[in-house]
Design a protein. Sequence first.
Length: 184
Amino acid sequence: MKKQNVMIDLETLGTRPGCVILEIAAVGFDEAGGEYEVYESGIIELVSATAKGLHVDAATLQWWSDKPALTSLLNGKRNFKVEVGNLIEFVGEILADKGSVWCWGGSFDFPVLKDAIWRCDGAVPWEHWQERCARTLCKTLGVSRRGDTRHRALDDAMSQIIAVQVALAEVSWLREISAEGMKG
């Protein structure tokens, strides 16, 4: 069965479009569960990202300084443009002009990633109306992310998917109650 949703998570050296992206994960998933389709960039080479004009924010680098993941994130070997191209292909195949693309906080990941795609001369493989904010959905329904590992893109994407699936199950349950109430 073809997946209809993609969760994207980034690890970056900044907080606004144009910042260095060190790691990208995208996971195709179904709302009700099942198997996942995973794209993980690996750790992106800092030099290949800055060659595209991306910047490092000093405050973000300072924030990372006490995180265990920093050392591995700064020793990337993957080419930025190649990884962005791989992401475009992966997301495009899953969404196929329908479905939703999710991030934990739509005002961060989407603008940063779109800027990166445009810098690599790529086309964003989704439309603005397909964007979903997982944080808003989960906070509204009182669902939290689970998991001990944060600030590794794939780990974060997977915990976000589980939270979204729980939240969507809650909404589905509410829809069923509402439909039953309208019958009686």
